[in-house]
Ligand binder design. Structure first.
Ligand code: PEP
Ligand code: CO
Length: 452
């Protein structure tokens, strides 16, 4: 490709600046911002275009029911918690869930961490008032600090650079853990057996025993494959902060195409998916696989218009719709959207986010979710796709590898009073390690009984 063509492409990615961009921070020091963005542009990409293409192929397989996507991680990562232990815990949880799901679905599970870049949040209120003091809301560690002081809450663009560095370090651990023996299938299976020894989960013993038998069969048959020892794990985050995403967008030297090299996959949030808006514009210019969150007010025409903007040619694997309708509404609101997309014919991959339509306030003020509602939305998602003859392509959940108490329910019942024990999330409530595994076993059972 000629240099002037490349220059024109790069100039075109700045076109989002002419459009309305919701949920962007009010940086107090714009000179500093310009310097930080110039520095980010000089840094190496975090992921390579070829990796994003490989993920796109795997997502395409999920759209054809030949794979199942599992996206999971914190609502918002924090700098303080980007430690080896916490990151390892999340990876381990995702790997354990994936083993159960692989068995249940009998297809490969595409593992995508909601990590290494999930540092910015859209907030419903711009400011927060405590004891008569009003300060900017917490917008994620990439923008400001969580502590309720004027210094911490003032947006500081140096945080963009720290977000890049933390993402690079996180991604390095993801790559090391998934190729360095930690992901060995028999080891992950042993962890799952450990989980099963807890009497609270005895109802999953039958499925665990089936998996165990399959493992022993493979061992006896001397089936050995490199893929049992290493796994591919990808990363994704919400493409919210457009200055950051633009600075990490690079020209692929192989093809001359643009890729947002901050993550393999990016998604557009429910609050920033306006058709004429800046987020859709920027994401329409890069070649990564893209997700869009669809909430209960989505009109079928909106879904088609998003396909027109983000995947006009109908490339397989390019576009994933991540639906988050709410357990009580999914059965009513999802079918017309799926029907319209099915009639359109251009491929999308359908993923359920059973978390964001089911957030409630407990009597004692904690923002929480009920495990029962989360499971009900997943069942509704499967039921809708089964009735329309479309494929449920995966799930997207907020989870942590730790023993937190943020979501109500589960076999080791977390009660409203119990929420206070270990409520650590900075934004939305996450499934803890046990709840995540329990959900994976339940979904694995459901997948075993349906035709993807
Ligand atoms: C999120 O994924 O944390 C989020 C804000 O979701 P949504 O855009 O679906 O509300
Ligand atoms: Co969230």
């Amino acid at each position: 490709m000629h240099n002037n063509e490349t220059a024109a492409k790069l100039a075109d990615i700045a076109a989002w600046r002419q459009r309305e961009a919701h949920h962007q921070p009010a940086w107090p020091d714009t000179d500093r911002l310009a310097e930080d963005l110039a520095y980010l542009r000089s840094l190496p990409p975090l992921v390579f275009a070829g990796e994003a293409d490989k993920l796109k192929e795997e997502i395409a397989a999920a759209s054809r029911a030949e794979a199942f996507m599992l996206m999971g991680g914190d609502c918002a990562e924090s700098f303080a918690e980007s430690t080896a232990d916490r990151i390892r815990g999340k990876i381990r949880t995702i790997l354990q869930m994936a083993v159960a799901l692989t068995y249940g679905a009998s297809v490969p599970v595409v593992k995508i961490g909601r990590m290494a870049g999930q540092y910015a949040k859209p907030r419903s209120r711009q400011t927060e008032i405590r004891d008569g003091i009003e300060l900017p809301s917490y917008f994620g560690d990439m923008i400001n600090g969580h502590e309720f002081t004027e210094t911490a809450r003032t947006p500081d663009s140096r945080r963009l650079v720290e977000a890049y560095q933390r993402s690079a370090a996180t991604l390095n651990l993801v790559r090391a853990f998934t190729t360095g023996g930690f992901a060995d299938l028999s080891k992950v299976h042993e962890w799952n057996q450990g989980f099963m020894r807890n009497p609270a989960y005895s109802r999953y013993e039958a499925l665990a025993a089936e998996i165990d038998r399959a493992m022993r069969f493979m061992k006896a048959a001397k089936v050995s494959d490199e893929s049992f020892r290493t796994v591919d794990m990808y990363v994704a985050h919400e493409a919210l902060l457009l200055d950051y995403e633009e600075a990490l967008t690079r020209v692929d030297s192989r093809t001359g195409e643009l890729y947002d090299c901050s993550a393999h996959m990016l998604w557009i949030g429910e609050r920033t998916r306006q058709l004429g808006g800046a987020h859709v514009d920027l994401m329409s210019k890069v070649r990564n696989p893209i997700g869009v969150k669809l909430g209960p007010t989505t009109a079928p025409e909106d879904a088609i218009a998003l396909i027109d903007r983000l995947n006009p040619e109908g490339e397989e694997g390019r576009l994933t719709f991540i639906t988050r309708m709410g357990a009580e509404r999914i059965i009513a609101v999802l079918p017309p959207i799926v029907e319209a997309v099915k009639a359109d014919g251009r491929p999308v991959t359908w993923v359920t986010d059973p978390m964001h339509g089911n957030t409630i306030s407990a009597e004692n003020g904690y923002k929480t979710r009920k495990m029962s509602a989360i499971l009900k939305e997943i069942r509704g998602f499967f039921a809708v796709h089964e009735s329309l003859g479309t494929h449920p392509g995966g799930m997207h959940v907020e989870l942590t590898g730790d023993d937190v108490t943020e979501v109500l329910g589960g076999s080791e019942e977390i009660s409203v009073e119990g929420l206070a024990d270990r409520y650590e999330t900075l934004v939305d409530p996450r499934l803890n390690h046990q709840q995540s595994l329990e959900m994976a076993f339940l979904v694995a059972e459901a997948l075993r009984d349906i035709q993807l």
